[in-house]
Design a binder for this molecule. Sequence first.
Ligand SMILES: [Zn+2]
Ligand SMILES: [Zn+2]
Length: 254
Amino acid sequence: MQTYEIYPICTGIFSAAEKSNFTFQKDQGVKIQAPILMYLIKGKDKVILADTGCSDGEWAAKHHHPLVRTAEQEPLRALAAHGVCPDDVDIIVNTHLHWDHCFNNDLFPKAKIFVQERELRFAACPLPTQYTYYEALQTGMVPKWIDCVRRMQTVDGDHELCDGVKLVFLPGHTEGFQGLLVNTDAGGCLIASDCLPLYENWPGNGARFHATGIHTNLLSLFASYRRIEQMNVKYFPGHEIEVLQIKKYPEKGD
Ligand SMILES: [Zn+2]
Ligand SMILES: [Zn+2]
């Protein structure tokens, strides 16, 4: 099976994110720094992006939460630092269509975009509690994913994306949420994104899962957590500041 390298990329940092949005009913009122992450996945002949990150600070402050983005964290510049230019990206996988995970799809004109069929349907008509996260049509906004809808390929459930990368259907945070199971020289890794936004959601070693605070269905979410437990893999979260310590996974010599 082919192996890949994973590079976490920060596209901005929420300066005071409500922690309980990530840890259901725990630490209400506590504010944390939360990066908005996308993941560059490089293989022998494929460049894949898991999510494409958030908007600039001005848009975020107006419609969502204040965030800080340095010039180096602008997605194209951050990718250039890894030797990747926009045309190099073959595949984008949107774990889900919340604004902070698909905002920059349009920067990669040659990429085919993979999204779950159920996610696309839900994004067109979300629960009202999630209107803002989707920048939903129902609020008078035009969600960014619409710009690239012609390049989208929908899948229904688990899907072999290519040799060594599998899309795994993990609903709960949203109706059509998916993770990416990536084969590396250090074993399988799950890009869990907002299914497990922090390391605290699942410390592993037999610890229980703590649900993310934002979800459409807790039963589905916990069924997804049980699936993750059975995978027995390392996971990469969606908004964890500690991830920024990792420049490349696996490190050489791991
Ligand atoms: Zn989300
Ligand atoms: Zn998110």
